[in-house]
Design a protein around this ligand. Structure first.
Ligand SMILES: [Mn+2]
Length: 310
């Protein structure tokens, strides 16, 4: 089997269609397909772009017909919470504040709140797994897929799919379920020691950092593990991050390959290590939609040659 793993689409239907066609998928009976091949979508189908109907009209039938697999992104999670009332209070699980509505605007321009077809899309989002392991018939794991972070302890704590009870908990910032969903769908962040900060891409001063969760060393400094704009590392401490902060994170070099999206990468696509690849090259803000061509039985080590752009 050939697999084409595709990163964050964010409402850009033309980019998706061009990439699928370039990869050899043909629309038959309204559904893109290719014998002996399957797509793996890494979530974040929505928000930002203006072609939600086009994207969802391609992705949902492909998954339903077995021509694709998909995991949930943080934007689908937020949409579920935005469109779902709390079972007791009736208030939306994600409040309809100006900020939350602004982030979801492009989707809402195409799918009306409370509409039946919107409900159908939200129900489909809700049924997406939070992570997946693709196995061969003997049960050996071929690869893993998750929107932002594969942390084994966290994966073992979260359900494979959301139910309403878990969803309600995951929308409550005071509960551990909230943190676990944040890790899986947005990636882990840790606080900097007191008095340290850096400036993010928007120039905002931050006291916490996104971390390279695939770190495989026991001791690592803030400077080594931080994902910050180039040149900002110098503002971070050179001291070791306490085990209590990073104990849940790490990805062994002999583990199955893991594919993820979410990180708005730029530049020439390449794997991060021999068994880790991020497929988000910022298609949602002017970048290219990128696929990774994974051939069963061929490759032990991920390679830059297997990235495909239309
Ligand atoms: Mn994301």
């Amino acid at each position: 089997m050939n697999y084409h793993i595709i990163g964050d689409i964010h409402g850009h239907g033309d980019k998706l269609e061009a990439l699928l066609q370039h990869l050899g998928y043909v629309r038959q009976g309204g559904i893109y397909q290719q014998p002996g091949a399957k797509v793996v979508f890494l979530g974040d189908f929505i928000d930002r772009g203006k072609q939600h109907r086009q994207v969802l009209g391609i992705v949902k039938p492909m998954v339903e017909a077995g021509h694709a697999l998909a995991v949930m992104g943080n934007h689908e999670f937020n949409a579920i919470a935005y469109h779902t009332p709390h079972p007791e209070t009736g208030e939306p699980l994600r409040p309809h504040t100006d900020k939350n509505t602004y982030q979801h605007r492009a989707f809402l321009d195409e799918y009306q709140l409370h509409d039946d077809e919107t409900r159908e899309i939200i129900d489909w989002f809700k049924a997406l797994p939070l992570y997946l392991e693709e196995k061969n018939p003997k049960g050996r794991v071929l690869f893993r897929a998750v929107h932002a972070c594969w942390s084994q302890p966290v994966i073992e704590r979260v359900p494979e799919r959301l139910d309403i009870d878990y969803l309600v908990k995951a929308c409550d910032e005071t509960l551990p379920e909230y943190d676990d969903i944040e890790v899986i769908l947005k990636g882990p962040e840790i606080d900097l020691p007191v008095d340290y900060s850096f400036h993010d891409k928007s120039g905002i001063e931050r006291h916490n950092i996104r971390i390279k969760w695939w770190n495989d060393k026991r001791q690592v400094s803030y400077r080594d593990i931080a994902m910050v704009p180039e040149g900002e590392e110098i503002n971070l401490p050179d001291s070791s991050v306490p085990e209590s902060e990073i104990g849940d994170y790490g990805y062994g070099r002999n583990e199955p390959p893991v594919f993820f999206g979410h990180y708005w990468l730029t530049g020439k696509p390449a794997p991060i290590t021999g068994n880790l690849a991020c497929l988000d090259y910022s298609a949602g803000k002017g970048g290219q939609l990128v696929a990774y061509h994974w051939r069963e039985g061929k490759q032990a080590v991920l390679s830059a040659d297997c990235f495909v752009v239309a």
